[in-house]
Design a protein. Structure first.
Length: 183
């Protein structure tokens, strides 16, 4: 009977092997005005949005550099080999009396990457991942993240938001939204 156990051991070891090991990095970003009116953020189709539901969609352009293994699971999420080390959000207009045009607005936004129970502050941008998103198995690494406005500006009106994203190797991506009137 003990001899049969040793016959099945190699089969068991082979069947436990195979989690994907995926490496990727981002090559550029672009940003758009979004609104979080319903379940998930949607594109703003007008030049006006509610300051209570405003979001910035940051489109990421990932490039996969390595994939090894047989299947994908959340225990071994893809690894960004040049992840975000710093993200900065600013506006062309005064946001609050203490936050003039061009000042950092990071404290007023949270990163949403497919799961409301896992909102991240912008100073934790290196942890951006699809690991907790419902669409993880279709998109294992993020093609976008949403920056949800958590605190509306005191000065409602026209804003042009800029996102600057710096990667670990010092690469900097910068893009701006079109003008949006927040009411």
């Amino acid at each position: 009977m003990q001899k049969l156990w040793f016959l099945f051991l190699p089969i068991f070891l082979i069947s436990c092997e195979g989690d994907y090991s995926i490496d990727y990095h981002w090559t550029e970003i672009s940003i758009e005005n979004y609104a979080n009116y319903i379940d998930v953020p949607e594109p703003v189709t007008d030049t006006i949005a509610s300051s209570e539901a405003y979001a910035i969609r940051v489109w990421l352009t990932p490039v996969e550099t390595k994939r090894k293994g047989r299947y994908l699971d959340r225990e071994t999420p893809p690894r960004n080999t040049n992840s975000c080390s710093d993200m900065l959000v600013t506006s062309s207009a005064t946001y609050k009396a203490s936050h003039l045009a061009g000042d950092t607005l990071n404290d007023f936004f949270k990163i949403y990457a497919g799961d409301y129970s896992n909102l991240l502050p912008l100073n934790r941008s290196s942890y951006m991942s699809n690991e907790d998103a419902s669409y993880f198995f279709d998109e294992p690494y993020p093609y976008f993240v949403d920056l949800l406005m958590m605190t509306p500006p005191d000065s409602l009106g026209a804003h042009k938001f800029t996102v600057q994203m710096e990667l670990q190797d010092g690469t900097v991506f910068i893009d701006s939204t079109t003008n949006i009137f927040l009411n």
